[in-house]
Design a protein around this ligand. Structure first.
Ligand code: SAH
Length: 346
């Protein structure tokens, strides 16, 4: 009989497994810490469990991690990109970005993407499948002890491959594990979920009570331009998306980040800047302008630095926080919108 992967259980399922066998609850806490805080890859290494318990569990369970097939390091800024091969041959990428006193880890939620935004290489891959919760958490575990030992503040952003709100149940389960004090003990305000604009998903995410931060990829100030750039996501009107984002911010008392990919001659005009400012004026928002990162075959261009600065300056008087995200790791295709993978052959 094939053994089951202990990390495929949610933490409540793990607790039930232990208590249903008549074992004391502290055994659950010990195992959870080994699995997620210490990140061990075998039951044999859980040295504070009795040998008989390790054997009992070992007859049914094993621990499988995701394998890092490739790690690339940017010569420009030290960003690292990891390629994880999944058990069915599919693959996803995650990106670790160092900054002065913190680390940001950008995670994927789908292989490919359910959406079709024309500027994004993941969108151009098409949709392959949703990741399971253990495949989401599994992107952090091999790095977790390394990061934690650096004692840097770590933020997680769901801005890798996929549309997180189209894989909401797995996303929520993964976040609950990551936020559990026995596991990674991250608070919700260190996790950001970015969506291209899944209206029902924004509401459902709010209802989970997780309290994670929200980012909304607006990317346009008119319905026409949005429909051209993000045909599927643009089915929801801008006004409704912004209302949902506002609702989310008010519920959790933290600003929603509005992402705006800046594309030359498409959404970078003076009028766009003024409209963007007007749309967001006085609202609970931060604006994050992302100069377009080129990808093959899109036919799109990035504005030059001066145009980016001018755009940001025009928006700024209307919104208290406007930042420009000069993407990291462009030399290893790790920047926003550059992640894509192929299936293993053979
Ligand atoms: N599907 C979610 C999560 C992906 S986040 C979402 O759309 O929000 C990826 C972010 O990078 C989004 O804000 C997206 O608009 C932006 N992006 C995608 N392709 C890009 C590119 N080529 N250059 C710059 N930003 C890009």
């Amino acid at each position: 009989m094939e053994k089951k992967d202990l990390r495929r259980l949610t933490l409540p399922e793990l607790r039930d497994l232990i208590t249903d066998r008549g074992l004391p609850e502290y055994r659950y806490r010990q195992i959870a810490r080994w699995l997620y805080d210490k990140g061990v890859e075998s039951l044999a290494r859980m040295t504070d469990l009795s040998l008989s318990l390790r054997e009992e569990l070992g007859s049914e369970f094993e621990i499988r991690g995701l394998t890092i097939e490739e790690e690339r390091i940017s010569r420009i800024d030290g960003t690292r990109k990891f390629l994880f091969r999944l058990s069915d041959g599919e693959a996803v990428e995650s990106v670790l970005m160092p900054a002065e006193r913190r680390m940001t880890l950008c995670l994927s939620t789908q292989v490919g993407c359910t959406l079709d935004c024309i500027f994004c290489q993941t969108g151009r891959m098409g949709f392959r499948r949703n990741l399971e919760p253990h495949e989401i958490v599994g992107q952090i575990l091999p790095l977790w002890t390394r990061i934690r030992d650096l004692r840097l503040r770590t933020n997680l952003v769901f801005m890798g491959m996929g549309e997180p709100l189209h894989n909401l149940p797995a996303l929520v389960t993964a976040c609950r594990t990551m936020m559990d004090p026995l596991a990674l003990n991250l608070s919700g305000n260190r996790i950001t979920v970015s969506t291209a604009g899944v209206l029902s998903g924004i509401r459902r995410l709010a209802d989970t009570g997780l309290g994670v931060r929200l980012a909304l990829s607006l990317n346009a100030t008119t319905e026409e331009v949005r429909a051209r750039l993000m045909p599927k996501a643009a089915r929801t009107p801008l006004r409704e998306l912004l209302a949902a984002a506002r609702g989310y911010a008010e519920r959790y008392g933290s600003r929603v980040t509005i992402e705006y990919v800046l594309l030359r001659r498409i959404n970078d005009t003076e009028e766009d800047a003024r409209r963007l400012g007007r749309m967001l004026r006085g609202g609970p928002f931060k604006i994050n302008i992302i100069p377009y990162n080129p990808g093959a075959g899109t036919g799109l261009d990035a504005p030059d630095r001066e145009r980016v600065d001018t755009f940001a300056r025009r928006v700024w008087p209307q919104a208290p926080v406007v930042t420009v995200r000069w993407s990291m790791g462009p030399d290893i295709s790790a920047a926003c919108g550059q992640l894509h993978t192929t299936r293993a052959t053979g």
